[in-house]
Design a protein around this ligand. Sequence first.
Ligand code: MN
Length: 192
Amino acid sequence: MNHTLPVLRYQFHELEPVISQRTLEFHYGKHHQTYVNNLNQLIVGTRFEHADLLTIIKEADGSIFNNGAQVWNHTFYFEAFSPTPQSKPTGKLLTLIEQQYNTFEQFIDQFNQKAITLFGSGWAWLVQTQRGELDIVQTSNAGNPIRDGLHPLLTCDVWEHAYYLDYQNRRAEYVQKFWNIVDWKIVENRLL
Ligand code: MN
């Protein structure tokens, strides 16, 4: 299977000032593209040569897992953004958030804490458990919660390459501004 870079629904400059055009040129154009290229090369002659990305995430190890999961994680991350986002969750998702975290604001605080305190490179995730409840989890490096039987709804990339050009060492500021471009309509559509 030939894995490809997803087409973004926005132009590189349209997420400014949260994420700059220059960051997207590198993050999507170079980092994400390199994971795609690496994966396509690594799978040749292996049992994953014709596997879809979900199978690779669930079953592969080592470099094939790392590159495959990074392709999936970045596609999932970039897909949740919009220059004109629905700024708050509604309906079933809002109900779930209020059941689990009391208020939307408290949910944001807890997610930010998970994203800010993750040591080193990785991802913070809003997920749904198999029972349908919400949870916030961290994964290191290329880790993906699907591997643990969880259903991802939203992710924040906290590898330095995601924010360093715009925020340098200020990860907390990047995480706080991240919410300005998250489109909750897209997140709602990901519910189980
Ligand atoms: Mn990244």
